[in-house]
Write a protein that binds this ligand. Structure first.
Ligand SMILES: Cc1cc2nc3c(=O)[nH]c(=O)nc-3n(C[C@H](O)[C@H](O)[C@H](O)COP(=O)(O)OP(=O)(O)OC[C@H]3O[C@@H](n4cnc5c(N)ncnc54)[C@H](O)[C@@H]3O)c2cc1C
Length: 481
């Protein structure tokens, strides 16, 4: 075994780890980052931006959301079943974090809503291209560059394995493997764990949440994100909290199709379960956390979004009810051809039929139930008197063949939570800090009681960057006194 010494080891190089490394290095601490992959950024490289409240962008745009209001919103939404002190520190520093990142050369497009009813807290990273997925990669690159400028050594393709501790339970080092699989030990005073949860570990997801990945859960995943941070912390004696899915809803298999297909099928369309019954005011479908929750309690955890040719043509001609910055092409005129192509290629998530009976047969929806629901839904469209109080403007009858259906399952942006931390991001054992051990990002994001707070978008990457910054700052305080 080779031996190395450094003051602080950060595992790993996602936004939480990079923020921790920069924050600690800014205080003069010698930091090493170990990252399993060959590039920085983790799962966040697919994302677009981070939450901030009372940022200069929001002030310039006259947004009236305050930290106080956002705190109250989130504490009530999560039923006070989350750490208010941690949330206060995260939200309170979030505006300053935007300026901190700008100081590293990160630019933002401004503060955006994810969907109409959400607040404009989503600070999307500017890339010089059209707003869209993977913008946050640039933020991660800038943080990695800043870390290296400050003297941080980032070791790629290195895997953190075990936190080493002395007899008093104080951190003394980290066991890791290098890119050719050799074990080595780094002596250090503190470790920050930021391994991003367990999005790529179906067994852990199954054990912790009951979901079967790829069957009734269509999570975003990464093979590198296997729950290592959780396991290292638990092995070190950390208090174990529930690991949750950062739940949203996904049209299983649709996100591989041209955006016009999911764009049409994720509108406030008629939504039914396998009995052919409606389950919610479809206007709320835009909040995919709500939609994912609604799907998760149905038989086989599935719902179907249904449109007819007339509704698809309406969207093509008059525009979508809900546009998406993620699926950022609002032109859906190519929808019929895109569905035909998908069906030719054997896509099993989208259905097309000349009659509702045939649609029921293809999808497995109860035929009688579906026919009854469409009949009553069409009459609600005329009277405007809907059983779920859906707004009249979203009520459109299904009368014109062909009919289309898409399956909607619970999905998510990975897992969140599992390691108990306090507002200093210190890892807790029996509610007391383990000296020298910190955790940040998805590994420690216990801020969503049963549901992701999508009304304040950018919340998970926002937590990653801010908790990483807190962990790095506090680790520096611990090391330097
Ligand atoms: C498609 C998509 C879009 C998203 N968009 C947004 C968005 O716009 N806004 C938002 O708030 N959130 C978004 N999210 C969620 C966001 O990506 C996460 O909140 C964020 O990535 C969490 O950061 P993290 O640093 O905790 O983990 P990650 O970004 O997952 O990074 C973890 C890192 O740990 C490394 N690693 C794992 N184990 C080890 C080990 N043992 N040793 C060394 N390295 C290890 C991994 O390789 C990875 O690089 C999105 C997620 C997805 C999937």
């Amino acid at each position: 075994m080779s031996e190395y010494q450094i003051q602080l080891v950060v595992v790993a190089g996602g936004p939480a780890g990079l923020a921790a490394a920069v924050a600690a290095a800014e205080k003069g601490v010698h930091v090493a980052v170990l990252e399993k992959r060959a590039i920085p950024g983790g799962l966040a490289n697919s994302g677009m931006g981070i939450l901030a409240i009372e940022s200069h962008y929001q002030k310039e745009a006259g947004v009236d959301l305050t930290v106080e209001k956002a705190m109250k919103m989130m504490m009530e939404y999560e039923h006070y079943n989350i750490d208010g002190r941690l949330l206060r520190r995260y939200f309170g520093q979030s505006a300053d974090t935007i300026e901190w990142l700008e100081g590293m050369g990160v630019e933002f497009e401004g503060a955006f809503r994810y969907f109409t009813k959400s607040e404009p807290t989503w600070h999307i990273v500017k890339t010089g291209k059209k707003i869209g997925p993977a913008a946050a990669r640039l933020m991660n690159q800038k943080m990695a560059e800043r870390a290296e400028e400050l003297g941080v050594r980032i070791y790629y393709e290195c895997v953190g394995k075990k936190v080493l501790m002395d007899a008093d339970g104080k951190v003394t080092g980290l066991l890791a493997t290098d890119k050719i699989g050799r074990n080595f030990v780094i002596d250090c005073q503190a470790v920050v764990l930021a391994c991003g949860g367990a999005a790529g570990n179906p067994d852990l997801i199954r054990e912790e949440t009951g979901y079967r990945f790829g069957e009734d859960l269509f999570n975003f995943s990464s093979p590198a994100i296997t729950g290592d941070g959780l396991k290292m912390a638990w092995e070190a004696g950390a208090d174990r909290l529930p690991v949750r899915i950062e739940q949203a809803a996904l049209c299983g298999g649709l996100d591989t199709l041209p955006p016009c297909v999911p764009n049409v099928m994720m509108q406030p369309n008629l939504l039914v379960n396998l009995d052919g019954k409606r389950v919610m005011d479809e206007e709320q479908m835009e909040n995919t956390t709500f939609l994912g929750n609604a799907a998760s309690i149905q038989e086989k955890r599935v719902l179907f979004s249904i449109v007819d040719a007339g509704i698809a043509a309406h969207y093509a001609e008059h525009g979508l009810d809900e546009t998406s910055l993620v699926r950022n092409d609002p032109d859906v005129s190519g929808f019929p051809e895109a569905v035909d192509n998908a069906l030719k290629r054997g896509n099993r998530s989208i259905f097309k039929a000349d009659t509702l009976k045939e649609l029921a047969a293809q999808t497995g929806i109860d035929e009688e139930g579906l026919l009854r629901t469409v009949e009553s839904y069409n009459s609600f469209c005329e009277t405007g008197d809907d059983e779920f109080f859906k707004k009249k403007e979203y009520m459109r009858p299904l009368v014109k063949a062909p009919f289309y259906a898409a399956t909607i399952y619970p999905g998510g942006y990975g897992t969140v939570g599992g390691i108990r931390i306090n507002e200093n991001c210190e890892v807790l054992r029996n509610f007391k800090p383990i000296p020298g051990l910190y955790a940040a990002g998805s590994d420690a994001c216990n801020l969503y009681n049963d549901s992701y707070m999508f009304l304040l978008p950018g919340n998970s990457m926002g937590f990653a960057v801010n908790s990483g910054r807190i962990a790095g700052t506090e680790a520096a305080r611990y090391i330097c006194g």
